[in-house]
Ligand binder design. Structure first.
Ligand SMILES: Cc1cc2nc3c(=O)[nH]c(=O)nc-3n(C[C@H](O)[C@H](O)[C@H](O)COP(=O)(O)O)c2cc1C
Length: 325
């Protein structure tokens, strides 16, 4: 029988258990990591999870009006090094989540050129973006790759590409947002191209031994949402290319707070069809339910965001109550 405290690995990253802190955005004024962020991650690291995924971090300075952590130039390295040190000193792994937000920019968007797959109104912000040109697409992929290399040089144990929750990369998968008729729109192959090429660019910069994860949406929760058959195509191709893990997410904000482990069906299907480490995130709370999923499906890891916001010590508590040794 598998247990949630099995020692495993995702690529070169060794994990002491199967609990992963899912990304939670940290606000910073100028993109730099501050003392509050360091204190928060120290506490999270002491809480016992096998790995922590940071809040989304900007890869492009054009988006700096969105007050998030950033990694778009070398001035951010010192802060990131402090963050990885504090987490490692407290015995766990840390993965930097990278994002290009596009039309889902929450902040002052005046004077910023907002780019998206198509010039379609963003359902969250109301912004009507400009359709991105192919030359600009390559530029964004390079920015992801450069940020990933900075992450590697700052001591992160891996990076995660944020291709979920309606941000720029996930919009390519979503018919409502992507109306393109070129090689980036239409078929599953074309919709997947943006995430696949971004992965390829990062892999080229960061090397074969650096763990690369991706977070994807299995649904969007509105008319014109991503098709699950397209998601399956994307997962197949990511696996073939050698990505190290896929984190499953979706329209979590639209689900009742009391429902638990709610992307099980989709995560189970993706894990069954691909030889890939699957992290299932969304409503994970109950130890016995996660143990059951671990032993009845090929899902191997459990992401938790809000549960650890409420109680950073939850994994230690699980270990005390249910740990074998
Ligand atoms: C305050 C807050 C901030 C979040 N920030 C991010 C983020 O930066 N990147 C991301 O991929 N997901 C983010 N999420 C979503 C979580 O990672 C997770 O997918 C979602 O909360 C469902 O998991 P849970 O039920 O364990 O909370 C955030 C969620 C919350 C509540």
């Amino acid at each position: 029988m598998k247990t949630l405290f099995d020692k495993t690995h995702i690529g070169a990253m060794k994990l002491k258990n199967r609990f992963i802190r899912a990304a939670v955005a940290e606000k910073t004024q100028d993109g730099h990591i501050n003392d509050n962020t360091l204190k928060l991650y120290e506490k999270l690291a002491q809480g016992g999870a096998g790995a922590l995924i940071t809040g989304f971090t900007l890869v492009d300075g054009e988006e700096k009006n969105f007050p998030l952590m950033a990694c778009y130039d070398d001035s951010f390295l010192e802060g990131h090094r402090k963050l990885t040190n504090i987490v490692h000193e407290n015995g766990t792994n840390i993965i930097l989540q990278l994002v290009y937000v596009g039309s889902y920019i929450m902040g002052d968007a005046s004077g910023v050129t907002i780019l998206a797959p198509s010039a379609v109104k963003n359902l969250n912000t109301g912004i009507v973006p400009r359709e991105i040109k192919i030359t600009e697409i390559k530029n964004i992929q390079e920015k992801f790759a450069a940020a990933a290399l900075r992450a590697k040089n700052s001591g992160y144990d891996g990076i995660e590409i944020h291709a979920a929750h309606g941000f720029f990369l996930s919009q390519f998968m979503t018919p409502y947002y992507n109306r393109r008729t070129d090689i980036y729109g239409g078929s599953a192959e074309n919709r997947s191209r943006m995430s696949l090429e971004t992965y390829d660019a990062i892999r080229q910069y960061a090397g074969n031994d650096f763990p690369i994860l991706i977070k994807i949406n299995v649904n969007d929760g509105f008319d014109g949402e991503v098709l699950f058959e397209d998601v399956l195509y994307l997962c197949k191709k990511l696996t073939e290319r050698g990505i190290n893990a896929i984190e499953i997410s979706g329209a979590w904000q639209k689900l009742p707070k009391e429902s638990t482990s709610y992307f099980k069906k989709e995560a189970e299907t993706i894990a069954a069809q691909n030889n890939i480490k699957v992290i299932m995130t969304g409503g994970n709370l109950h130890f016995n339910e996660m143990t059951d999923i671990l032993n009845t499906t090929k899902v191997e890891y459990f992401g938790m965001a809000r549960a650890l916001m409420k109680n950073a010590d939850l994994v230690n508590m699980f270990e005390k109550q249910y740990g074998m040794d």
